[in-house]
Design a protein around this ligand. Sequence first.
Ligand SMILES: [Zn+2]
Length: 151
Amino acid sequence: MHIMVILPPILFLMRRVDSGYRAKPENLQLHGKNLSDETVEEYEAVRNSLIAMLEELDDRLTKITDDVRHVEEPLSQDFAEQAVQTENDEVLDHLGIAARTEIEHVRQAIARIDKGGYGLCESCGESIDKGRLKALPFARLCIKCAQAEEN
Ligand SMILES: [Zn+2]
């Protein structure tokens, strides 16, 4: 019997992402203070959703990589078709870079949760608006600093 049959697929995915992220943070802190049980629960929920995002992104990246490598469809011999494929590969390349960047952001957000700085703006140190965090759980800047950075 194959080991793959025994392990649930989710475990496999997690392994591929990073087994270290499965560890539950023992003492979640903010500003060096321990958090209330309620906030800890909230953080754990965010952390879980970030991990789910990471899985999804990793899955997407695998698909993109497979497409670029032409796993299912070998590179065509026809020159015109090859040109189209090269163009497609460039698009896929951009998607791959975007996915990788997003993965990096999500990983950093998880690291911030574990280090105790989640929800604080990395630039000014103020709390990031809850609504913003809900929409963008891996935001590292408050809205003011994010806008300043864009300009
Ligand atoms: Zn800020």
